[in-house]
Write a protein that binds this ligand. Structure first.
Ligand code: PGA
Length: 250
């Protein structure tokens, strides 16, 4: 199956109301009308309502950087899937390594967030990836197994029909150090193989993105790998020109 490439910008906690409006306007202006690449942006939550207005009727998808593991109630600081749906959000990053490492999100919590996204018709972008220490101790595949396993146990392999996986080696995020094409392909192939052992059709259709210091000058080679279906872009997504160049590489 030919998988459609997907490139998603993760703006993290950056920008202002004005700069985020400008960024989205510049992206819209620079994208070709019938882009073969699917494009998405994940602004800080507070900017979502305005960005949703800018994206109304456009092909660029709106995403959230996280989603609550509950629908409503006494969960200070969280934003639920039904709330996001009110603003035409269709993507939700879950399990980003910054959430895991800086805010203590466990595999179980990430799996619950993923399940809520699925349950409310959002497409979760499930981030998985190893730290440098884990890679150097040959634990990369074991880490991926554990992170994916928690989600598969709770939501089942069929849920991946409605999801995207992002392989993001922690050591490559925001460091300027990208995985080599071989390193990326090796893990992407491993993930697809693991899913294929459960359900070949789901594995075949699954978009697996690479994330970690993707820039215009390394995107073509990374996206050229057979199991790399696009990217989750942090730093370079804050600059419309770089982000557009990356989108056009996919
Ligand atoms: P980076 O971030 O492109 O700045 O490395 C990627 C990510 O964290 O999703």
């Amino acid at each position: 199956m030919a998988r459609r490439p997907l490139v998603v910008g993760n703006w993290k906690m950056n920008g202002t109301r004005a700069s985020s409006q400008k960024l989205v306007a510049d992206i819209l202006a620079g994208l070709p009308g019938n882009s073969p690449v699917e494009v998405g942006v994940c602004p800080p939550a507070v900017f979502i309502p305005e960005i949703a207005q800018s994206l109304a009727g456009k092909s660029v998808r709106l995403g959230a950087q996280n989603v609550a593991d509950q629908d409503e109630g006494a969960y200070t600081g969280e934003v639920s899937a039904p709330m996001l749906r009110e603003f035409n959000v269709s993507l939700a990053i879950v399990g980003h390594s910054e959430r895991r490492a800086l805010y203590g999100e466990t595999d179980a919590l990430v799996a619950s967030r993923y399940a809520k996204a699925i349950g409310h018709g959002l497409t979760p972008i499930l981030c998985v990836g190893e730290t440098l220490e884990e890679r150097e101790s040959d634990a990369t595949f074991a880490v991926i197994d554990k992170q994916l396993g928690a989600v598969l146990d709770l939501s089942g392999v069929e849920s991946l029909k409605q999801a995207v996986i992002a392989y993001e080696p922690v050591w490559a995020i925001g460091t300027g150090r990208t995985a080599s094409t071989e390193q990326a392909q090796e893990v992407h192939g491993y993930i697809r193989g693991k899913i294929a052992a459960l359900n070949a059709e789901v594995a075949d259709g699954l978009q697996i993105l690479y994330g970690g210091s993707v820039k215009p000058d390394n995107a073509v080679a990374l996206f050229g790998q057979p199991d790399v279906d696009g990217g989750l872009i942090g730093g370079a997504s804050l600059d419309a020109k770089s982000f557009l160049a990356i989108c056009l590489s996919a």
